[in-house]
Design a protein around this ligand. Sequence first.
Ligand SMILES: Cc1ncc(COP(=O)(O)O)c(C=O)c1O
Length: 400
Amino acid sequence: MLKHHNALGVALSLRPTQPATLVRPHAARRAARFFMSKFPGTSMYAVKANPSPDLIRTLWDAGLTHFDVASIAEVRLVRDVAPNATLCFMHPVKAPEAIAEAYHTHGVRVFSLDSIEELDKIVAATARDGVAATDLTLCVRLRVSSSHSKLSLASKFGVPADEAAPVLMAARQVADALGICFHVGSQAMSPQAYGDALAQVRAAIVAAGVTVDIVDVGGGFPSVYPGMEPGRLEAYFEVIHRGFEALPISYSAELWCEPGRALCAEYSSVLVRVEARKGDVLYINDGAYGALFDAAHIDWRFPVTLVREEASRAKPMEFSFWGPTCDDMDYMRGPFALPADIAAGDYIEIGMLGAYGAAMRTGFNGFTAGETVMVSDEPMDTLYAVTEESPDKIIQLRQH
Ligand SMILES: Cc1ncc(COP(=O)(O)O)c(C=O)c1O
């Protein structure tokens, strides 16, 4: 992989004509170390947020051993990149063939479910010569509120706590270890999201009267974006620890989490080129069908900076972007603040695109990614920072 110090180095030396992905392995390593040292349990990485093999290898090398996979393609990918990783198949609705391949070929033992039908499917697909598996870890997904989060995950999956008893009791019968999992929605802006969800876990355990071995609080841990500046992640961990300790579970029960965004948002940015300007709208060479899916479809704001050898003295003004395809839908409203003299041929770095950026890219209309370049400068924003006195000690930059 090509290496440079920063976006300017890439712009000057490569003059990229397609969007260049700038990756910062040091930022992903730092986030992984933060979770491993501060989360009061086991941290996995939710591969869907960014399935780049380089990133998976970076996280594995940093010490992360557990990966949340949601499709058989993700199972194969992680097995290939990190053969000794523990894989947890946390999609509550799976194809029987995917379960069978995951279990029999790739050694996956952890599966999530939210219905008796899915439980039956897992039991059937993991049986050998008609004999049921005895080494399954089954996590029942509860439906919890997404009201504290920017992206809801409250509609599609999960059994409500007051309907979970039959599923928990049936799963207990066949599981070697029984877990309860949930997802509070992505980019949870308050730790209370986890406190409320753990209260639902308590209600479900009490109603079912089962022994629970694992509580998996899912993903949802935030990153930092313009207009979305969360508090310290330690405050989230404290609420989770308190809620977990208050549950009626065995002393040896385990606590897990599955962050996606929080581990990889800072990993990459994209260097785009302005192809045309019309007033306060810039035509750039990446968009809704590329790394800017969230900017187009849910008006997510990302930090931007003009990448020019000589800094502009012009005042900032607000722009919106058209992407490269012929679709009207390929539009990013922003607003994105950039110097008023920006023009065709200029480069812009768009930051904090490591999560759900590159992962969403299509080749629609023939527009796709250019080079991936490793850079060593800091991401455009961070929830994690290193103190100068003790470079190995990870602290959070923002003290709210
Ligand atoms: C089951 C599951 N776990 C973890 C994640 C990662 O969530 P986030 O990126 O918000 O941390 C997701 C995201 O959709 C998910 O569906």
